[in-house]
Structures are given as C-alpha cells and as structure tokens.
Design a protein around this ligand. Sequence first.
Ligand code: ZN
Length: 319
Amino acid sequence: MLLSAFESSRSERIPCVCCGSLKFTPVHLREDKTLVVHCEECHLKFVNPLPTVAAMQENYQKEMTGNEAESGLHSRYILERQARIKSFSKLYNSRLSLIESLYSGKGNLLDIGCGAGFFLNCAKERGWNCHGLEILPEYIKFAQENFALENLRLESLDESLSYDANTFDVITLWDLIEHLRNPLDCLKRIHHVMKPGGLLVMWTPNVKNAVFLKENWIGYETLQHFYFFSRDSLNQMLEKAGFKIVHLETNKARKGLLNQKGFNAYNDSAKPNNIMEKFLRSAKRDFKNTLNPLTYIGPLFDMAGYGFNLYIIASKQGD
Ligand SMILES: [Zn+2]
C-alpha cells in the first residue's frame, strides 16, 4: 500500500525544499492519502506531493469554523484559552521571560499565526510593541475586540510578508512552521524583515519523538502539518536562511512516545462542577501519573532530545 502509493506519486513529486534532492524513501501514507517522505540527502521528512492550496483551504475553513457558532476548532481554541487563562498566561509569560533573557530591550514583536491574540496580549502587557499576522478573520476580530490589538494583518506567510526590511526585534512562530508549503522561502522572508541580531522563536513537533512508534507516531496524523522537523533538519534550513540557533530544548516527550491517540484533548463538558469534584479529579490524575512510567522517564527523553516539541530560538546573522 505505502510502496505502491509512493511509486505512483513519482511524477508529481517535487524536489526537497531544503536541499533540492529527488531521492526519497516513503515513511507513512496518511488517511487523506498524502504521503510523508524522507529525503535521503538531508533527512528532512515532509509531505510530498503537497495537496492543492484549494483543498487545504477548504479543509481548514471547515475544521476551524465548523458549520454553526460555537463549533469548530476556532471557537474551541478560544474557549480553552478563556477557561484556562491562568495556565496559558503562565506559559506565555515563561516564553517571554526566556526571550527577554536572550535579547536586550523590548522593541517590535511580530507573532506569525497569532490566532486570537492571547500570546500578543501578554507581550503587550510586558511592554512589547506588538504586531500579528493571521489567516483567519474571526481570530483577528476577536483579538481587536478583546485585547485592543491594533497592528494585525490578514496575511499568509506562504504568500508574502509585507513589512519593511529590518523592522522586527523578535518574530515568533508557535506551531506554525510545520503548516507552511515552503518553509525555506518563508524563513528567508522572515530574515528580510528582521533586524540584524533579532530573534526568531519557533515551537514545532519534533519528529525524533517518533523513535518508538515510527510511522504510527501521533505527530503524522494532523493533516494540516506538512513538515516534520528534527533538530538537525531544522538547523540546516535555518542556516540556509541566515539564522544561527542560540537556544534549543525539547519537551513533553510523553505526549507521543507511546500514546497514539487522544492525548490531553480539551473537552469543555469535562470541566469539574465544584471544588470537591476538582480535588477528586486531580487526585485521580496524580495517582494515574504516579503509576505511569512515562512520568519518570519522559523528562529524560526530553533532555536527550526526544521530546514531542522542539523549542528553538535563532538569531539573524548578516545578509
Ligand atoms: Zn533534502
């Protein structure tokens, strides 16, 4: 199945976006019949050939907005952040503290794929001059109405990045680079609008987390994801675009090390009704975690570079 799909897609395959090679081995045939391949030259894993832009946009709209109000990922994403505002704010503040420890001064920050503006709102409160790029108008509207964020543009990084050269001190891409059609071109666009020495901050699934599950890794399942980076493949691409890594870590290894489905899905109806229920539920969770060996070995895999997420900060080198 995998091999025959791989053979029959030969004529539509594009050269590797990072190194230009046409030598691939098949990795995984996904439920929408797209193929994940491995570049034999530079070891980048990505979907090749890519589905058409029209097909992806249709899927995305359907998935994000659903058919009625309150349905679709778009509303759930906002509801989740509103319900867990404290833990998200803690997460965003810790990300910003790390960025601020690596960069002096708070200047222009651009969040590409800024969603409904929750991260930018935190950055604004800490004194950053915030800009955002987003392809879903519903998110932009929410961010403008709820956080009074002004500098938001409805624009796709895949097509353009319409800012002047040397504008930004920091550019963030949270869970974004894996969605792009040509990440190398996009990184070059980012390089152009960033100030020399500015920081590019990225968070993306780490394909090394597939170490045990191989082609059954949960990270391959998201059909909107086209690129599956490791530290090395992302580093090669960053170097080609003119960036040098200054911080790297991997985290949350247990998410994809053994589990295949349904990790940590947010479910609004599962919210505890009172303090007692909340207490019992968290006690049950703690007990389950105590018995789960991944609780203890997960952090070791994180440190060894096998975490589910790659968290990379790179600085802009000369043109
Ligand atoms: Zn390659």
